[in-house]
Design a protein around this ligand. Structure first.
Ligand SMILES: Cc1cc2nc3c(=O)[nH]c(=O)nc-3n(C[C@H](O)[C@H](O)[C@H](O)COP(=O)(O)OP(=O)(O)OC[C@H]3O[C@@H](n4cnc5c(N)ncnc54)[C@H](O)[C@@H]3O)c2cc1C
Length: 356
């Protein structure tokens, strides 16, 4: 039923001197790691370029200690840090090569042809790499949206990610934001004996209703339809004045109000973007540039680890098929077009046969 047969790369490959990589993957988050396992398990030489000093992406850097409970097979949940470490170990065993603290700058077309496939040059801030296929899995680039009113007080107690578990005990914490990430943070803090006051700009929070109910049922106080107007130190605490006139004093503030878009990097890659600035891909996860795939949060509507995994795996298999059979994707597209044309003709014929 599938082409899957796990094989491994030879142990004695001299990765420092290969003329080109089969696949270069940008980003070592869930999507990039899943894609890399899939290509390496099909004996494709795979290089992963990651801007940070470690793999894992958002689960590692934004919620390392949160217990993730929606991954099948982990009935007791698994932390972001443990999940990242497990996948990374698997990747090292599969001989995937990693370059950390290196950032993608551009992807150039070249005149060099390998098995009828034009090679690409991936340019980073530290070098360049020839390859046959590129899989972009850079997520949201991790630039959390900031609140200037809080940055102005330059407090170490203002966090743009969830701080360590032990930090909440008995603390008065203000959580800013009404989306799923903010509600998740509030629930986690409440479960760890923190007191939460949540400041939500919208009248009706954007996050899931059940998360909202968990915040309220666990004693969290919601301030909706208001924002932080001013912030200042009050002894060891921070005093916030809200736009509705209320004052809230707290020990720390956790801000979860989304991320800045990665439009600038995307523009440099010269791929087609959707109206919301995310990358446009076809049903094979290929961008508007042949041989360049994009998976995970960079384009998806559903931002979940399992979805990022699934997309990474699918794109990797499409890349593999193209490498082993250069015209596979074109043939597949033609077949899809023919199926669409045939089904259009069938429905037109059925319309004509309908009694008047
Ligand atoms: C607070 C929070 C809680 C969440 N909780 C859950 C949950 O419980 N369950 C769930 O399924 N999902 C959850 N998610 C969503 C999930 O984490 C994401 O959907 C998933 O991480 C997307 O994976 P990705 O690989 O596409 O991107 P990312 O995880 O963002 O990884 C992208 C990687 O690319 C790297 N990168 C970026 N730019 C460059 C560049 N120019 N060059 C090289 N490398 C680059 C980044 O450093 C990063 O390591 C949560 C998200 C947040 C923010």
């Amino acid at each position: 039923m599938t082409d899957f047969k796990e094989t491994t790369l030879d142990k004695d490959i001299d990765f420092d001197n290969i003329p080109y990589w089969d696949v270069v993957i940008i980003g070592a988050g869930p999507a990039g790691l899943a894609a890399s396992l899939t290509t390496a398990h099909r004996r494709l030489t795979t290089l992963v370029i990651e801007a940070k000093d470690r793999p894992g992406g958002q689960p590692q850097f934004l919620y390392a200690e949160k217990r993730i409970v929606d991954i099948p097979g982990f009935p007791d949940g698994i932390t972001g840090a443990e999940l990242s470490a497990r996948v990374f170990r698997q990747a090292l065993d599969a001989q995937i090569q990693f370059h950390f603290e290196e950032e993608l700058v551009a992807i150039e077309d070249t005149d060099q042809i390998e098995k009828e496939d034009p090679l690409k040059r991936v340019v980073t801030n530290n070098g360049s790499y020839l390859c046959r296929k590129v899989i972009i899995a850079v997520g949201l680039l991790h630039f959390p949206r900031k609140l200037p009113v809080l940055d102005a007080i330059q407090s170490k107690k203002v966090y743009y990610k969830t701080p360590k578990i032990g930090d909440y005990d008995g603390q008065r914490v203000v959580v800013v934001g009404g989306g799923d990430s903010a509600l998740d943070a509030a629930v986690m803090i409440l479960e760890r004996n923190g007191h939460v006051e949540q400041i939500i700009r919208e009248d009706v929070p954007l996050g899931k209703a059940d998360s909202l109910a968990r915040v309220s049922n666990s004693g969290g106080v919601l301030h909706t339809d208001c924002e932080i107007a001013t912030a200042e130190f009050a002894g060891d605490m921070i005093a916030l004045k809200l736009t509705n006139g209320q004052t809230v004093n707290c020990d720390m503030i956790v801000v979860q109000i989304g991320f800045l878009s990665a439009k600038d990097t995307f523009k440099r890659l010269e791929v087609r973007l959707k109206a919301d600035g995310s990358m446009a891909v076809d049903s094979y996860y290929e961008t508007s540039r042949n041989g360049i795939f994009a998976v995970g949060d960079v384009h998806g509507d559903i931002k979940l680890i399992t979805v990022a995994w699934a997309e990474g795996i699918q794109a990797a298999i499409y890349a593999f098929k193209e490498i082993t059979s250069p015209y596979w994707l074109n043939e597949k597209r033609l077949r899809d077009q023919r199926i669409t044309l045939i089904s259009e003709k069938i429905s037109q014929a059925a319309e004509r046969k309908k009694p008047l």
